[in-house]
Design a protein. Structure first.
Length: 74
């Protein structure tokens, strides 16, 4: 399962096409199937929310600011 998450993180962080997933990660069909399932059932949104809350707690409730480089990529 960790390798599937690594594959998703690779896609999301690099913006590469699904067919360009490196061979050391699971097959693109497996990674995409989990991405599709987790998007459909809300798992990705729950993970995002949990990480967001954790970041806010670490910053004592202050808004989480993105570095300028990540804003430019969005």
């Amino acid at each position: 399962m960790r390798e599937v998450v690594n594959g998703l993180m690779y896609i999301l962080s690099t913006g590469c096409q699904w067919r360009a997933i490196p061979k050391d990660l699971p097959p693109r069909s497996s990674v995409y199937d989990y991405f599709d399932l987790w998007t459909y059932d809300g798992t990705l949104e729950r993970i995002h929310h949990a990480l967001y809350e954790r970041c806010r707690e670490q910053r004592n409730g202050k808004p989480v600011r993105l570095p300028p480089s990540s804003i430019a990529r969005a």
